[in-house]
Design a protein around this ligand. Structure first.
Ligand SMILES: [Zn+2]
Length: 125
C-alpha cells in the first residue's frame, strides 16, 4: 500500500455531518469557518476526530463501529458492481452497453451515453 490510512480509519475519523469543505456549511448547518481552530496551521477542524478538538463544535459526532462497517460494505458493494459492469462492457453509471470509449485529456468517457469512466494514467516515457 502507499501508506494512506485505511478506509475504515478514514470513515471512523470523519464527523457524520462532514460534507467536504468545498461547501460553506456541513450537513448540520455549521459553517466550517466558525469552528476551525485559528491557532493551528493549517487550521484544525473538529470535523476530524484525530484533530482532537471536538469541543469546538456542539454537533461533532463520529460514526459508531456499526455505522462504519455498514458504510464500508456499501462502498465495497458499489466498487464491485462498478468493476463487474465495466468488465462486461457496460457503463458503470447507467449500465448501458459501451460501444466505444474516448479519452479527453486525462479522462475516459463511454459512448454513446457519454458518462465519465475514470482517469487515464499515462505510461511513463
Ligand atoms: Zn453511461
Amino acid at each position: 500500500m502507499n501508506g494512506a490510512p485505511s478506509l475504515h480509519s478514514q470513515l471512523s475519523n470523519w464527523c457524520v455531518h462532514f460534507n467536504c469543505m468545498m461547501h460553506q456549511y456541513c450537513d448540520a448547518g455549521i459553517a466550517y469557518e466558525d469552528v476551525r481552530d485559528p491557532h493551528t496551521t493549517p487550521y484544525s477542524y473538529p470535523c476530524f476526530k484525530d484533530n482532537n478538538c471536538a469541543e469546538r463544535c456542539a454537533h461533532a459526532q463520529y460514526p459508531t463501529e456499526q455505522e462504519i462497517i455498514k458504510q464500508e460494505q456499501e462502498i465495497h458493494q458499489k466498487v464491485s458492481t462498478f468493476l463487474s459492469n465495466l468488465a462486461c462492457g457496460l457503463c458503470p453509471v447507467c449500465e448501458q452497453p459501451i460501444q466505444y470509449k474516448e479519452s479527453i485529456g486525462l479522462s475516459q468517457y463511454a459512448y454513446p451515453c457519454g458518462h465519465r469512466l475514470g482517469t487515464v494514467l499515462k505510461e511513463k516515457e
